[in-house]
Design a protein around this ligand. Structure first.
Ligand code: SF4
Ligand code: SF4
Length: 301
């Protein structure tokens, strides 16, 4: 049976589609957005995660690690992530839960068993399951199997996507999906490439595909200070919504830097130390500006 790698399953979510939802986060993404606050979703494979704030330097991890990955100098703990084979010995040995493996291999059936525990909440709220990431469509067989299984149980199914995926993947999963949460970050492909690592042509083509398939879309627009918090960008959001009838709502997502510490916990480097928060005033003004240029509903999430 198809297996996938999941780095989180969150219950009782209310921002990822209608009603109360269970959101499944699939690992792996081809974009490298400068502002990404979810680095656990970037690499496709499981990774060691070290939470320095929970560590008491007891050195139990060092005593069991076969690769010498845990070093202590003057009581200061450093982790050599590059030598880690993910054997899990240190995770089991740590008395403070400062270590864990981010990402677990699961079958679609494993995921569905966990999701369906929330059936009562789905039934009473009109909710369901949301596949997120990372980019869930990079694991298309796995994502399709979860979506199909959820549909067979009568659940509402949403997929949150960057749109940077194979057209075929989108076509395949769309038959099981009620709603797409589709990112729109920057209108200029050149700027998109500078700040996310890829141009936006494929993304816009895939949005057009969903439009031609008549699939409802919520356009998700991160508002990033110093990057896209200006009227030219807001106008491009309104214009895209006006030209694309499948876009039912526009959701503005104010940037916050709260996930930036996770890069160090995974032995990764953030592309930028982007600390500025999108203020509520800035995002309210953005919403008002966009509303004045489109009839599509605009929400701040
Ligand atoms: S999971 Fe990695 S760091 Fe931990 S004991 Fe195994 S090899 Fe060492
Ligand atoms: S076992 Fe846990 S608490 Fe002890 S030094 Fe290692 S990470 Fe820190």
């Amino acid at each position: 049976m198809t297996e996938g790698v999941v780095f989180d399953i969150q219950h009782f979510c209310v921002d990822d589609g209608p009603g109360i939802r269970t959101t499944v986060f699939l690992k792996g993404c081809q974009l490298r957005c400068a502002w990404c606050h979810n680095p656990e979703g970037l690499l496709p494979q499981p990774q060691l995660f070290y939470a320095a704030s929970s560590c008491t330097s007891c050195q139990a991890c060092a005593s069991v690690c076969p690769g010498g990955c845990h070093q202590f100098v003057d009581g200061h703990h450093t982790v050599d992530f590059s030598s880690c084979t993910l054997c899990g010995a240190c995770v089991d040995a740590c008395p403070n839960e400062a270590l864990r493996v981010s990402g677990r291999r699961m079958t679609p059936q494993d995921v569905l068993v966990e999701v369906l525990r929330d059936m009562t909440f789905f039934e009473t709220s009109g909710g369901g399951v949301t596949l997120s990431g990372g980019e869930p469509l990079l694991q298309v067989d796995f994502a399709c199997a979860i979506a199909r299984g959820a549909k067979e149980k009568g659940l509402h199914v949403s997929v949150e996507t960057s749109g940077h995926c194979a057209e075929e993947a989108l076509r395949r999963i769309s038959k099981y999906v009620d709603l797409f949460l589709f990112d729109f970050k920057l209108a200029s492909s050149e700027r998109h490439k500078q700040l996310t690592g890829v141009g936006n042509e494929k993304i816009l083509n895939n949005l057009a595909l969903l439009n031609s398939l008549g699939k409802p879309v919520i356009l998700r627009c991160p508002i990033i200070p110093g990057c896209n918090d200006h009227e030219e960008h807001y106008l491009s959001i309104a214009s895209l919504a006006n030209q694309t009838p499948c876009i039912r709502e526009i959701h503005l997502e104010p940037y916050h830097p709260f996930g930036i510490g996770k890069y160090a916990s995974l032995g990764m480097k953030a592309r930028y130390d982007w600390r500025e928060i999108a203020t509520s005033q800035c995002v309210k003004e953005a919403a008002e500006f966009i509303r004045s240029h489109t009839n599509t509903e605009v929400q701040i999430t």
